[in-house]
Design a protein around this ligand. Structure first.
Ligand code: GDP
Length: 416
């Protein structure tokens, strides 16, 4: 492992993405999560979801049911072409309505989300409810139209359903090239490139040729007009008839996504490893870092406190998931402010007592890695708290904070 790199990255919260993946059951969330982990090198084997080998499904019962019961956080890294390495922490967000509190809590700790739709089934009821919940929490979203390889898949139809059923403003940042068994690639409207996919999961990119420019440029113009409706800078460039390069368009899309003005949409087939890199790039380009998000407000004895994403600020974190495993419980914490170190004693709001942090762990796919310290904006697990409860706030003993008022729930997951 390259420790220098890891350390540098740790000090760059602008290169962190804490994201969730939200979907209707069966849209392909598990498959997509697994493919993202595989592409980024966090796992080396891609199991079929239906044989129960998917990495985010920790619980055997869960594997049998084929649904994701609770949220765990898995960390990986991705370096988009021409950019620095970014750290992605994928928070598994339950899509099932029976776990409404868990959904609610996971939406609070992530900074952005990928909504997965099936290009065959379109926008289904559960996606609709989680989507609306995410919007209510002001979570910036991008959308991935999955299963483009299947007979009857329609990218356009899914966009139409996003408008009709979700009142969303989809910004298609590209178009699938080919469909069903002939799904060959992606027309990248932002970069003016064709992204060609091969059967082994590889990709090749090349600029549009003249004919393709004539064919795709009108779609790009439409995208620019739609985004410019919400972005003064882009609107001005458009009015001035200035050339709009990919960086300008990307920046406007990013601003619009953060404001919730629209949703960048892309597509592919998770199952066939098509479109996964494009999605990883889009996660880095359009979803926010912890620094981009509005400050979280906590209750203190002296009234409300806004928690700035600042490692030197007072400690404020939320325990959002307890996972039981062989070596003791893992309490997953989102740190909003301050720094948490091994050996620290912190105040735990629900148990109303001071508690020592014995061990800190970052989960990377199927294993944990010990860390000494975690900073504002990070997600980390505290190992070994026997009676930990989800929903409790961690803060300094001298400055007790409460972040979450949702009813506490007993832990349900186990983890090997
Ligand atoms: P989840 O319930 O949203 O986690 O969905 P899964 O990832 O378990 O996928 C549901 C089913 O759809 C599984 O049988 C997958 O193999 C299949 N599937 C997922 N993504 C794709 C895709 O892109 N194309 C095809 N053809 N099947 C897919």
């Amino acid at each position: 492992m390259n420790t220098t790199n890891t350390r540098t990255l740790n000090l760059n919260p602008s290169r962190w993405r804490n994201l969730g993946i939200i979907a209707h059951v069966d849209a392909g969330k598990t498959t997509l999560t697994e493919r993202l982990l595989w592409k980024t090198g966090a796992i080396h084997r891609v199991g079929e979801v239906h044989d129960g080998a998917a990495t985010t499904d920790f619980d055997p019962i869960e594997q049998r049911r084929g649904i994701t019961i609770g949220a765990a956080a898995v960390q990986t890294h991705w370096t988009p072409q021409g950019q620095a390495e970014h750290r992605l922490t994928i928070i598994d967000t339950p899509g099932h309505i029976d776990f409404a509190i868990e959904v609610e809590r996971s939406l609070r700790v992530l900074d952005g989300a990928v909504a997965v739709f099936s290009a065959v089934d379109g926008v289904q009821p559960q996606s609709e409810s989680v989507w609306r919940q995410a919007r209510r929490h002001g979570v910036p979203l991008i959308a991935f139209v999955n299963k483009m390889d299947r007979v009857g898949a329609s990218f356009e139809q899914t966009l139409a359903q996003m408008r009709d059923k979700l009142d969303a403003t989809p910004w298609a940042i590209g178009r699938p090239l080919g469909a069903e068994s002939d799904l060959r690639g992606w027309v990248d409207l932002v970069a003016r490139e064709l992204v060609l996919w091969d059967e082994a999961g590889g990709i090749a990119r090349r600029p549009w040729n003249d004919e393709e420019t004539r064919e795709h440029e009108p779609l790009r113009e439409r995208l620019i007009e739609a985004v410019a409706d919400h972005d003064d800078e882009l609107a001005q460039a458009f009015l001035d008839a200035r050339a709009i390069d990919s960086e300008l368009l990307k920046a406007a899309l990013r601003r619009g996504t953060l404001k919730g003005a629209g949703t960048p949409v892309l597509g592919g087939s998770a199952f066939k490893n098509k479109g996964v890199e494009t999605l990883l790039d889009a996660i880095v380009d359009y979803l926010p870092s912890p620094l981009d998000r509005p400050m979280v407000t906590a209750q203190s004895e002296d009234g409300e406190v806004a928690l700035a994403p600042d490692a030197s600020g007072p400690l404020g974190g939320l325990v959002f998931k307890i996972v039981h495993q062989e070596h003791g419980a893992l309490s997953f914490v989102r740190l909003y402010s301050g720094t948490l170190r091994v050996g620290d004693t912190v105040w735990a709001s629900r148990r109303e007592r001071a508690q020592r942090v014995g061990r800190l762990v970052v989960v990377q796919a199927d294993h944990g890695r010990d860390v000494e310290v975690a900073y504002a904006g990070e997600i980390v697990a505290i190992q070994g708290w026997k009676d930990a409860v989800s929903g409790e706030t961690l803060s300094g003993v001298e400055r007790k904070l409460v972040l979450d008022t949702i009813q506490a729930q007993p832990a349900v997951l186990s983890w090997r």
